[in-house]
Design a protein around this ligand. Structure first.
Ligand SMILES: *Cc1c(COP(=O)(O)O)cnc(C)c1O
Length: 220
């Protein structure tokens, strides 16, 4: 069985294990650092949802792929600088990394201008790591509220647990925060822990290495 099919079957197994439907979990295939030639086989196999962490890299690969597969969906899963907002809104279908008011304001203004009301996730820095993006937990609900006031379509929360931590408590915490914030979707779980994330309620998992193999460099 190929890697994509294997990951999909793991997701289905984990979902069923806890009484969820496999369809409730969307697999975001994280294609960062991998060229279009490696992405095409997935598209040919019927997969449509991809994640990239850099605007520039996505801009180099995806417009041509989208011409062939207009129904593909591209998620931005890396930190977004305000000077890249215009390009990001034009290129991506979902923004998973809203983490500050200034960015939310720029996104809302740009979406209005381009007539694109993209679904957004607020990224939460559940481990409060200084080097990592994401809003700190105690400011999450107020940021979600601010996003709503600005007219952003906030659908859920996203987190990347600290590499050395047990991921489970972070997943449980994100779920609790999402409930408090009144949002439904949970983007959590990567190659090392997506089955666990599914069992804890993930509705989106972001999986790169388990599908594409190891990356040549550490794409953060
Ligand atoms: C790279 C990346 C992933 C995928 O990581 P893997 O361990 O390769 O599955 C998921 N989420 C984010 C935010 C990433 O940057």
């Amino acid at each position: 069985m190929d890697k994509l099919a294997q990951v999909k079957s793991e997701i289905a197994k984990s979902a069923e294990y806890c009484g969820r439907k496999a369809d409730d979990v969307t697999l975001v295939a994280v294609s960062k650092t991998h060229p279009a030639a490696e992405i095409l086989p997935l598209l040919r196999a019927g997969h449509r949802v991809f994640g990239e962490n850099r605007v520039q890299e996505a801009a180099e690969k995806f417009p041509a792929l989208r011409e062939q597969y207009p129904d593909l969906k591209l998620h931005l899963i890396g930190g977004l600088q305000t000077n890249k907002v215009k390009e990001a809104v034009a290129l991506f279908d979902v923004i998973e990394t809203v983490d500050r008011v200034e960015l939310a304001e720029k996104l809302a203004a740009e979406m209005e201008k381009q007539g694109r009301n993209l679904p957004c996730f607020v990224q939460v820095n559940t481990g409060e790591e200084p080097q990592k993006g994401g809003v700190v937990p105690r400011e999450t609900i107020s940021l979600v509220e601010k996003c709503r006031e600005l007219g952003l379509n906030v659908v859920g929360l996203m987190c990347i647990p600290p590499v050395d931590d047990e991921p489970s408590p972070h997943f449980a915490f994100l779920k609790k925060l999402a409930r408090q914030a009144g949002v439904r979707e949970l983007s959590m779980g990567m190659s090392g822990d997506y089955p666990l994330a599914v069992q804890q309620g993930a509705t989106f998992v972001r999986v790169g290495t388990a599908i594409f193999g190891a990356r040549d460099y550490f794409g953060k």
